[in-house]
Design a protein around this ligand. Structure first.
Ligand SMILES: [Zn+2]
Length: 381
């Protein structure tokens, strides 16, 4: 297991929307493919179209032709970028210190694959009555293009999925979604002494922001979920840029917003609502135009029912009640494929996306024991 952790962490696979930092995940995929093929898994490496150097891996063991109620153990192969100056040790060298294993991706979430493969190797191929699938995705940390490329056909043999993101071994059945939108008001520049010479984009943006805040109030009044620490959907008006000089009419103003919808709120519907509201506002002044653009496709909110079979099974195996978290995962994409999905993994989210990321050694054995029982319950019994 440690050898696998060492090899995975030693194989860089940063994903970033910044092209100069973005790396291929194929070297990690090939490591996993080799190990899984050796165990008797049928391995399929699925390149992402339009994303050269990126691929998902789907590896299945057991009677995949029989039944449709197998288990998927899922993780992402990429890491966030790193800042070497803040690391006290080489981010690509698994380092054990004070009962912690340090390394980039140690907790988020390369170790998960080493643990899952180690646990899978404890079973006998002929004992599988239902298939076990290990899924490894690309680009979770950037645009989730790997998860978005998955299709129902690839998982016709599975019914349940566990994503091993770091949750400190607590099962998670809900998280909010995230969407980020850019709104640009375009007007007409002119000398400030005569307003008739132009059309002020900053004044148009003032109306846009007023409407955004009204919309936020409406959304928060309509949608509440007491399972979350912040019980309502949120909207952050994160940036605004416009104009260049006090004596010039501003011709261009952009704001960027972030919205965190609750489960049950659909991203496409929200986008359509936003568009409709803003069209109404600016149509009053025909000299101004508004362009609305999603900054990325967005991650839907995620919810698996409290009384779902997997929720109850995992709650009883971990002895912990399933909770809601603030961070996003690939779970909504797996749910969309008809897989009952929970997020539960070793390590803590507080150590993810940081220098000196580590996985606590004392969470490894309990998590392996949990996976062993889960595989046994779903695939063997
Ligand atoms: Zn992650």
């Amino acid at each position: 297991m440690l050898d696998m952790m060492r090899a995975l962490i030693g194989t860089p696979s940063v994903s970033s929307t910044n092209q100069s930092l973005d790396q291929s995940n194929l070297p990690v995929i090939h490591l996993l493919a080799d190990w899984l093929e050796n165990l008797g898994f049928t391995v399929s490496v699925e390149p992402l179209s339009n994303h050269p150097g990126k691929a998902n891996l789907i590896a299945t063991i057991g009677p995949s032709h029989k039944g449709a109620d197998g288990l998927v153990l899922s993780g992402h192969t990429d890491t966030v970028p790193y800042d070497e100056h803040h690391w006290q040790q080489d981010p690509f060298k698994l380092t054990e210190k004070n009962n912690h294993f340090y390394g980039l991706g140690s907790t988020d979430m390369k170790s998960f694959f080493a643990l899952a493969i180690d646990v899978a190797s404890r079973f006998n191929l002929k004992d599988f009555k239902r298939p076990l699938t290990i899924l490894a995705t690309a680009d979770e940390e950037s645009a989730m293009t790997g998860a978005q490329a998955l299709t129902k056909k690839q998982f016709h043999h599975a019914k349940y999925a566990i994503i091993g993101e770091p949750t400190g071994l607590t099962p998670i059945r809900m998280h909010k979604g995230v969407m980020m939108e850019s709104l640009v008001v375009t007007g007409q520049a002119g000398h400030s002494s005569n307003p008739n010479l132009g059309a002020s984009a900053t004044e148009g943006m003032h109306k846009v922001i007023n409407e955004l805040l009204k919309w936020r109030d409406d959304l928060q009044r309509k949608h509440q979920n007491p399972s979350f620490a912040i019980t309502s959907p949120t909207m952050n008006i994160g940036s605004i840029h416009g104009g260049d000089n006090p004596n010039r009419i501003c011709s261009h103003c952009e704001t960027q917003i972030d919205i965190r919808p609750l489960p049950g709120m659909d991203i496409d519907t929200l986008r359509a609502d936003l568009q409709k509201r803003l069209n109404n506002i600016l149509s009053i002044d025909s000299k101004l135009t508004l362009a609305h653009r999603p900054i990325f496709a967005g991650v839907p909110a995620f919810e698996t029912a409290a009384n779902a079979k997997l929720t109850q099974m995992v709650e009883s195996l971990t002895g912990k009640k399933a909770e809601a978290v603030a961070f996003g995962t690939e779970a909504p994409f797996l749910n969309r494929l008809g897989l009952e999905t929970l997020v539960v993994g070793p390590g803590n989210i507080d150590q993810a996306h940081q220098a000196n990321e580590y996985i606590p050694a004392d969470q490894i054995t309990p998590y392996c024991n949990f996976m062993q029982k889960l595989i046994s319950n779903i695939c063997i019994k």
